[in-house]
Design a protein around this ligand. Sequence first.
Ligand SMILES: [Mg+2]
Length: 160
Amino acid sequence: MKILFLDIDGVLNNDGQDWTIERSWTIHDPSVALLNRLLDEIPDLNIVISSTWRVKDRGQEATVNHLVKHGFKHASRVIGSTPDFGDTTNAWFRRGEECLEWIELHNNDCVVEMFAFLDDQKDMFLTLPMYYSSRLVITNQEVGFVERDFDKLKEILCSK
Ligand SMILES: [Mg+2]
């Protein structure tokens, strides 16, 4: 299978939105629609949540339910969340490592043939070997996940 490690803030929402209505739960429907399309077009793609939405007061289930309210059609293809390295020193910068740890932990139950990271913050991935930078698609937080990012993800996820 293929895996997309999904961030939410700055990806499925953006700075250009009105944040007064849903506040920290703000989601941009057109970005969710684009994510639907990616999952439609790549049938063996699944999602693993890397966003901080996966922990604390939200969690994976509440996050997915909320995305469904915003038009997300593929709840069953969200198959997990990355482990949380916590608030320890530098943990914030280790999101990339949390993603790789997820693959390591699921080595026995799934074969990950390709994966990509979708995030708005490149500095969370700097502790990974350079090799992985080709798997990283960085959104512009002013607009979130847009067509240009979609094209890059398809290229990465559908490459051999
Ligand atoms: Mg983010």
